[in-house]
Design a protein around this ligand. Structure first.
Ligand SMILES: NC(=O)c1ccc[n+]([C@@H]2O[C@H](COP(=O)([O-])OP(=O)(O)OC[C@H]3O[C@@H](n4cnc5c(N)ncnc54)[C@H](OP(=O)(O)O)[C@@H]3O)[C@@H](O)[C@H]2O)c1
Length: 348
């Protein structure tokens, strides 16, 4: 068996440590991936106290991380779609409350992944760029397609245009970059918000209209960009996005539904003093799609073909912070300073 190494989190709030880890063979419905690149997400760098609130079930020592790109080295019994040697990306689900397993975290050399959360990638897509996708793609797909959120159709590689608009508040975030493309892949017109220096970027992903989210009149300008087109739903990403999206959804025609990417507690706090005007607001947990039709609908049925046909881009741009598990904490420190239309990645 190969020797595995992991970036261990010994306990809540402690410093990370690189050390040996068991190699865990795949069970039914699983594959083992030799991790070649990981990306970091805000949830990976949250302080000890926030861990207690956001991930109260997590047991220690833990191996965290969600975004993996690498090669399949072993497949579980009965696996026919994926084979050893396949170049793939996948979402590691070890942090999910019904998994909570170090072997299934991303930040290690050999990670055990669910086969339905793994997509083969084209030869010309580098591992570092592929690693930008999993968690934020999952979060966008959960918000857009899961029935308890916006419940929109899954994307296809040759969609027919629909008359409705999806509002993606925060289109230049990693979650937003995926959401714009998935909504377009389902045929919707997309209106989004970002800073003006990212207007061309979000348009290149398929947004019809880009609006600057800064300023007290942002919701009014978004409303104007939505125009007469009924809303199919709104994905609210970024600080303060829920109240502003609410102002738009309350006045627009169409579906009065907002899916928020902010944590449930934050979403509830933002709603406390606001009248909802009949708008349904739900908080996304980006891993829930693994247990319903949305996970395989994206990772098995859509993404491999969409990447190959180049109708879906691994976006935003990967910025490689370093090589080796010990560079992951460096990437997390850098993420806390903020990024714009970029994803921080470490080669493993
Ligand atoms: N619920 C879940 O399961 C889940 C999963 C993953 C992420 N998230 C959350 O989703 C959010 C986005 O995560 P990410 O990794 O995609 O972020 P990210 O890429 O690191 O976000 C950076 C971007 O945020 C944009 N931004 C900053 N403040 C904003 C605001 N007030 N409104 C709209 N955009 C704003 C900036 O846009 P400009 O540079 O254009 O100004 C920048 O491009 C975070 O809050 C994260 O915690 C939730």
């Amino acid at each position: 068996m190969p020797q595995n190494y992991a970036l261990w989190l010994p306990k809540r709030g402690a410093a990370f440590e690189v050390g040996p880890a068991p190699y865990t063979p795949p069970g039914p419905g699983q594959v083992v991936v030799r991790v070649r690149a990981v990306a970091v997400n805000p949830v990976d760098g949250i302080p000890g106290l926030a861990y207690r609130v956001i991930l109260p079930w997590l047991t220690f020592p833990a191996v965290i991380g969600s975004d993996v790109a690498g090669e399949v080295v072993e497949v579980g019994p009965g696996e026919t779609r994926l084979r050893p040697g396949d170049r793939v990306l996948g979402m590691a689900t070890g942090l999910e409350c019904n998994r909570n397993l170090a072997a299934e975290g991303a930040f290690q050399h050999y990670a055990v992944l669910m086969n339905t959360m793994v997509s083969p990638i084209p030869d010309d897509l580098e591992f570092e760029q592929a690693a930008v996708l999993p968690l934020t793609l999952s979060t966008a797909a959960t918000g857009l397609c899961q029935r308890d959120h916006l419940g929109l159709p899954l994307p296809t590689i040759s969609p027919s245009d629909r008359a409705e608009t999806v509002l993606v508040w925060g289109g230049s975030t990693s979650v937003g970059s995926n959401a714009i493309q998935l909504a377009r892949g389902a045929g919707f017109r997309v209106v989004t918000t970002c800073s003006p220096h990212n207007f061309d970027y979000v348009r290149s992903l398929g947004a019809a209209e880009a609006v600057d989210y800064h300023g007290s009149d942002a919701a009014a300008r978004v409303m104007k960009a939505v125009g007469d087109s009924p809303l199919a739903g709104t994905l609210a990403i970024g600080n303060g996005s829920v109240p502003k999206s609410l102002a738009v959804a309350a006045r627009a025609t169409g579906a009065k539904r907002i899916a928020s990417a902010q944590p449930a507690l934050m979403t509830r706090l933002q709603m406390l003093t606001r009248r909802r005007h009949g708008v349904h607001v739900s908080a996304i947990w980006g891993g829930t799609l693994k247990d319903n039709e949305v996970g395989p609908g994206i990772y098995v049925d859509y993404l491999p073909a969409a990447l190959k046909a180049k109708v879906f881009r691994a976006a935003p741009e990967a910025v490689v912070v370093g090589e080796g598990l010990d560079h992951i904490p460096v990437a997390l420190d850098r993420l806390k300073k903020g990024v714009s239309a970029q994803k921080l990645v470490v080669k493993v």
